[in-house]
Design a protein around this ligand. Structure first.
Ligand code: ATP
Ligand code: MG
Ligand code: MG
Length: 554
């Protein structure tokens, strides 16, 4: 039933199109270039670009760079890269709000001339005091009665650099007794002697977000200005600006703000402030540390745009705040890579096995399917030799019940190779197993015995002679999930085991060719991606994207 499956924003859009409130759909993603994008932003990006695509409209990427304090060019570039990578196409529709400063200034003049804005000399503290509270109405600003001429002259002085920072503001004249505090003569412009990354020193007055944003939308002809719930109370002000300035999207319609719930992930840090501290204290390796959920970190970890699109789609769009489990993101990447990636053999924590009755010096190139579930990925060969490595925990000297892997006297299947039977092992002084001895059954080549004999355990392996040593990194949540994200004092509950670096892992030779960002399934161990930062030609470093097992159910 198509009508039911439409989200509430699609329903609004279809009604607006039908009633002539807009002729086409124009949306935008308006990041402030003051940090890296994270998984929450992906929701906004895919929602806005998806709606434009669905209704044959336009999608703008607009940098909301009206606040010069925190903005940097470095972030402009990273944001563009991330938006593009996610698959949102802005074509040639790239905009900077700071290019509209002239129009914003003109809009302010227009409001002053209409008697709808005035210059106030109250200090920031006084403005706060006069504004009142939720239970107490605001008080009239003593400067609210200034004449249009005086306001024009003073606003000119503000613009000309004749006023100190914080000494004067331009306020909208709306209603100091409104039940909505945002409507109690909100500030439209402030004085700030600061160099802007785009406009340099041209301006020393800067517009406030609530004034600037509807103007930006109107200039670009945005029909549906989609933002997150915390702006719901600001919508009357958005509408006030649009109405007073007479902006239209069609003879019948005006730009419209619509709010939806932010994406939150359970037990995951997204706050910029916290991530910055983790970076500065070198707890993580930069903004793209694979344990973070910035778009750059997810890409580095080995997430694909498709997996993130799927994740956002599954989450749906709603007006109710909720928190999504990280396991759902893991589910999405597993589903995406399952059929697409070759399944290779890598032994993360190796112990040597000698097959006593296998000819010394012989190598067999055994044919292997790259992905049993997807024949299109073809085949490769894997070298088999007398000495191999298996995972240390695939052997037990004294196995518990239901342990079907290797132990003295037991026969197991070496994946894609032979049946082998454990006939002994050696230990060093500390009691650590150093070598396991086996015999193999030559008739079981390929992994099945002609006599129909069954074995319960199948384990993976890598030739000791041909295998290559690489570094492999395993991750756990950065946050200690038992304790929750924050301590009482606001500090983070970090999980000391969030990163494990293995330096002795042995992989089949083909994996040495892995290119940065290339990903694979390592059978029984998970999906892994070659790190773009730390890999060297011929010496890849593999990050585990996700393990194969999950308790997550759709
Ligand atoms: P943060 O402080 O987490 O970086 P922000 O709101 O300061 O977030 P902006 O650059 O202002 O970041 O955001 C750009 C757009 O992304 C805005 O429209 C905002 O509503 C949206 N957005 C930010 N965080 C989320 C989120 N968690 N879920 C959905 N949309 C989000
Ligand atoms: Mg931001
Ligand atoms: Mg913001």
């Amino acid at each position: 039933n198509e009508a039911v499956s439409k989200n509430f924003i699609e329903q609004i859009i279809e009604k607006d199109l039908a009633e002539g409130h807009c002729e086409t759909v124009k949306t935008r993603f308006p990041p402030e270039p003051n940090g890296y994008l994270h998984i929450g932003h992906a929701k906004s990006i895919l929602l806005n670009s998806g709606l434009a695509k669905k209704y044959g409209g336009e999608f703008n990427l607009r940098f909301d760079d009206t606040n010069p304090t925190k903005e940097k060019l470095e972030f402009v570039e990273s944001i563009k890269e991330d938006v593009k990578w996610l698959g949102a196409d802005w074509g040639d529709r790239l905009f900077f709000a700071s290019n509209y400063f002239d129009q914003m200034y003109e809009a302010a003049i227009k409001l002053i001339k209409k008697g709808k804005a005035y210059v106030s000399d109250l200090s920031a503290d006084e403005i706060r005091e006069y504004r009142g509270t939720l239970t107490e109405p605001g008080k009239e600003d003593p400067y609210a009665k200034r004449s249009v001429e005086e306001n024009l002259a003073l606003f000119e002085e503000m613009k000309e650099g004749k006023c100190e920072d914080g000494s004067r503001v331009l306020r909208a004249r709306i209603d100091m007794t409104s039940s909505n505090i945002n409507m109690r003569d909100p500030i439209l412009y402030r004085v700030a002697h600061m160099t802007h990354h785009n406009t340099g020193d041209k301006w020393c007055i800067y517009p406030m977000y609530d004034f600037a944003h509807p103007i930006e939308d109107a200039i670009e002809g945005i029909t549906h200005s989609i933002c997150t719930l915390e702006f719901e109370d600001h919508r009357p002000l958005y509408d006030w600006v649009v109405t007073e300035l007479g902006y239209k999207t069609s003879p019948e319609g005006t730009p419209k703000q619509i709010e939806f719930a932010k994406l939150y992930l359970t037990n995951v840090v997204t706050g910029k402030r916290y991530i910055k501290r983790l970076v500065e204290e070198k707890i993580v390796d930069g903004w793209d540390d694979p344990r973070l959920v910035s778009i750059a970190a997810l890409r580095r970890r080995g997430y694909t745009p498709e997996s993130i699109q799927k994740f956002i789609e599954l989450g749906g769009i709603s007006k109710a705040n909720s928190s999504t489990d990280y396991a759902m993101l893991e589910y999405c990447i597993r589903e995406d890579l399952k059929m697409k990636r070759p399944r290779m053999m890598a032994v993360l924590d190796p112990v040597k096995v000698v097959i006593d009755n296998y000819p010394q010096g012989q190598t067999e190139e055994l044919p292997v399917d790259n992905n049993l579930e997807n024949p299109e990925l073809g085949k490769r060969t894997v070298p088999f030799t007398r000495e191999i490595y298996i995972e240390r925990d695939d052997f037990m000297e004294e196995p518990p019940k239901k342990y079907f892997r290797m132990f003295p006297g037991n026969e197991v299947r070496l994946m894609n190779a032979y049946f082998v039977k454990c006939v002994g092992f050696e230990k060093d002084e500390s009691g650590k197993v150093t070598v396991i001895h086996c015999t193999y059954d030559p008739a079981s080549k390929g992994g099945n015995s002609p006599d129909g004999r069954k074995v319960k355990g199948t384990i993976h392996w890598v030739s000791a002679e041909h295998g290559k040593k690489v570094t492999v990194r395993l991750y756990e949540n950065l946050i200690n999930e038992e304790l929750g994200v924050y301590n009482e004092d606001g500090s983070l509950n970090l999980n000391p085991n969030s990163l494990t670096v293995l330096t002795e892992s042995i992989v089949e030779p083909a994996l040495l060719e892995a290119k940065p960002y290339e990903s694979f399934q390592f059978v029984r161990e998970g999906f892994f991606c070659a790190d773009y930062k730390d890999s060297k030609p011929g010496a890849p470093v593999f990050n585990r994207i996700v393990s194969l097992k999950s308790s997550f159910k759709l």
